[in-house]
Design a protein around this ligand. Structure first.
Ligand code: ADP
Ligand code: MG
Length: 244
């Protein structure tokens, strides 16, 4: 049986009076790719941020690789090493080269030695197709290249799980494909991934499960062909027709 990487039970999150997540349940198995879709404001980012403990839940349980994480007592930095995240905006360090950006966390968070960190960072840049950009500063890169550096940087922490929050939404259309291709490769290598995206082609091709969120709840879920071609809920149909 495959290992359960993420188990979320009755997760609740509010900001003041605003209930943003209402009893969300979600399981993700090892090497599974789950794509989260839903209208703006439905709680997708908040869900990812709770899984990564950038937001602290108000109720429910979050179990990562079999271990329930209690934010009160757990070292959350250790959890964030296991659960990498890539955002819509890349936030690379502008005054560091591409290679230095990728080496930053291994050197300063994982206390890796420099030559080892450098070797691994170079290998990761090769993997995302940017070996020739090692010594360049981020300002010289296209948006798609920056996002691939951001992916390499997240991978440098050797995460077991990767979360992606609309990684291609800020990109010019012609740059979307190269980032999706990198993500697809990662999926094929067996990375466990939760991806918020509006790229339905990617979802159809790569997702094991598609989860439709509405109003802080998981409204419908299924295999891509089920959810896209034969949605059961009216709301899912409406949402899909609004984006396709
Ligand atoms: P999505 O990613 O699906 O667009 P979000 O998770 O970003 O949705 O937001 C869900 C709701 O929570 C929205 O109404 C948003 O305004 C609200 N929200 C998100 N983050 C905060 C915050 N830090 N403080 C207050 N409200 C927030
Ligand atoms: Mg969002």
């Amino acid at each position: 049986m495959k290992k359960e990487m993420i188990r979320i039970e009755n997760l609740k999150k509010s900001f003041g009076d605003l209930e943003v997540l209402k009893e969300v349940n979600l399981n993700v198995q090892e090497s599974e790719v789950v794509v989260l879709i839903g209208a703006s404001g439905s709680g997708k980012s908040t869900l990812l941020r709770c899984i990564n403990f950038l937001e602290i839940k108000n109720g429910g349980r979050i179990v990562i690789e079999g271990e329930e994480i209690d934010p009160q007592t757990h070292n959350l930095n250790e959890v964030r090493q296991r659960v990498g995240m890539v955002f819509q905006h890349f936030n690379l360090f502008p005054h560091k080269t591409v290679l230095e950006n990728v080496m930053e966390a291994p050197l300063h968070v994982r206390n890796q030695n420099k030559s080892e960190a450098e070797q691994e960072a170079k290998a990761l840049l090769g993997k995302v197709g940017l070996s020739d950009k090692s010594d360049v500063y981020p300002a010289k890169l296209s948006g798609g290249q920056k996002q691939r550096v951001a992916i390499a940087r997240a991978l440098a922490m050797k995460p077991d799980i990767m979360l992606f929050d609309e990684p291609t939404s800020a990109l010019d259309p012609e740059l979307v494909g190269e980032v999706l291709a990198t993500m697809k490769e990662l999926a094929q290598e067996g990375m466990t991934m939760v991806v918020v995206t509006h790229e339905m082609g990617f979802a159809k091709e790569v997702a094991d499960e598609v989860v439709y969120m509405h109003d802080g709840q998981i409204w419908e879920r299924g295999k891509p062909e089920e959810l896209f071609d034969a949605p059961k809920e009216e709301r899912t149909k409406d949402f899909l027709s609004s984006i396709l």
